[in-house]
Ligand binder design. Structure first.
Ligand code: CA
Length: 358
């Protein structure tokens, strides 16, 4: 049956009590000084068009949604926990909001990542049953980023790593960044590859149409960033590395057939030096080295397709608080036509296993 309204209607209802925990896995925070630093980057005119488009809007717009985001993204105590209780969210897996430190110069990025991680770890210590933290890193300095992954894992109690797509136009598929993957694999830290705005070389036609943000540009750029790690051989080099993609895998599951077919054809014809044979098919890496979350997409049909393709153990729940703070989405997902044990895997047990929660 065709689903007529994809976005659930606003009911004003609260999600019901359920017999699984709801663990939301892509939830954002910003320490109080981050926005001051972003304002300074904007004022200095040093940021690229994507950062400027995104943060000039979110830091100044008086529309209701950006105001809500500015107000709550900085809270890691009572206000956030009240929203979690109201929405029936038991646990938030927290990450520094995009693009984190990746817009700063290398030294600022390294030191700010450390202080943001200390700040987050402190919040997790205050609310250990409600918050789980991911380590923010500065890819601008891969050696220091690897050290910070180690510090997050061994000293701060972090359960994974957060990194946003490209860093000032450079993608993690470049081997100069691979110390980051080596550390993540060594410390068994899954890497959440979160969107940022497309880089300068890509963004113009998106901006012309107002499509550079979360509506589409984020997904195109982040899907590309993930795909580049696959085709560059990151997972042949680091076979135990696990990455996480939000937004239904940035559409990559839907591309899988074409990726396999065209990757094989391109390798056979030796068209590009940059595209060499891999040990496995692109779809194998998606199914064996990636988890995906439904952040921003409360859509049963897409979730069921992803579960069929990835396996029910690799698709997890996310709300994307406070950017997409919609209680009717929680209700829609609670009501998915899905076996109880699969729904519990989606909301609870996959995240518990991957992030070693509880
Ligand atoms: Ca997000």
């Amino acid at each position: 049956m065709l689903q007529k309204d994809l976005v659930p209607p606003h009911t004003g209802q609260r999600p019901a009590k359920v017999d699984y925990k709801r663990i939301a896995t892509e939830e954002a925070f910003a320490p109080p000084d981050l926005f001051d630093m972003y304002r300074k980057v904007l004022a200095d005119g040093k940021a690229d068009a994507g950062f400027t488009s995104l943060w000039a809007f979110y830091l100044s717009s008086e529309a209701a949604r950006p105001q809500h985001i500015r107000k709550y993204i900085q809270d890691l105590d009572a206000a956030r926990i009240a929203h979690m209780d109201e929405a029936g969210i038991d646990v938030q897996v927290l990450s520094l909001t995009s693009p984190g430190v990746q817009v700063f110069d290398a030294d600022t990025a390294v030191s700010y990542a450390r202080s943001a991680n200390d700040y987050l770890a402190e919040a997790v210590r205050r609310h250990p049953a409600r918050f789980v933290g991911l380590t923010a890193i500065a890819p601008q300095n891969p050696t220091e980023a690897a050290k910070e992954i180690e510090r997050g894992a061994t000293q701060l109690g972090m359960k994974g790593v957060i990194v946003n797509s490209h860093t000032q136009g450079e993608y993690l598929s470049d081997p100069k960044f691979w110390d980051i993957f080596a550390a993540a694999e060594a410390f068994d830290m899954p890497v959440y590859l979160h969107p940022s705005s497309p880089p300068p070389k890509m963004i113009e036609p998106f901006m012309e149409a107002g499509l550079d943000g979360a509506i589409y540009g984020f997904g195109v750029d982040t899907g590309l960033a993930a795909l580049r790690t696959i085709t560059a051989g990151v997972f042949d080099r680091f076979p135990r590395l696990q990455m996480i993609l939000g937004h239904m895998g940035e559409a990559l599951p839907y591309w899988a057939y074409r990726l396999d077919y065209m990757h094989a054809a391109t390798v056979r014809s030796q068209r590009y030096a940059s595209m060499q044979a891999l040990q496995r098919r692109p779809s194998d890496y998606l199914r064996e080295n990636f988890y995906i979350t439904n952040s921003g997409v409360a859509w049963e049909q897409a979730i069921r397709f992803a579960q069929e393709f990835m396996g029910v153990d690799r698709v997890m729940y996310a709300m994307d608080y406070p950017y997409q703070h919609v209680l009717d989405e929680v209700i829609a997902l609670d009501n998915m036509n899905m076996a109880p044990e699969i729904k519990k895997a989606f909301f609870q047990t996959n995240a518990e296993r991957l992030f070693k929660i509880g």
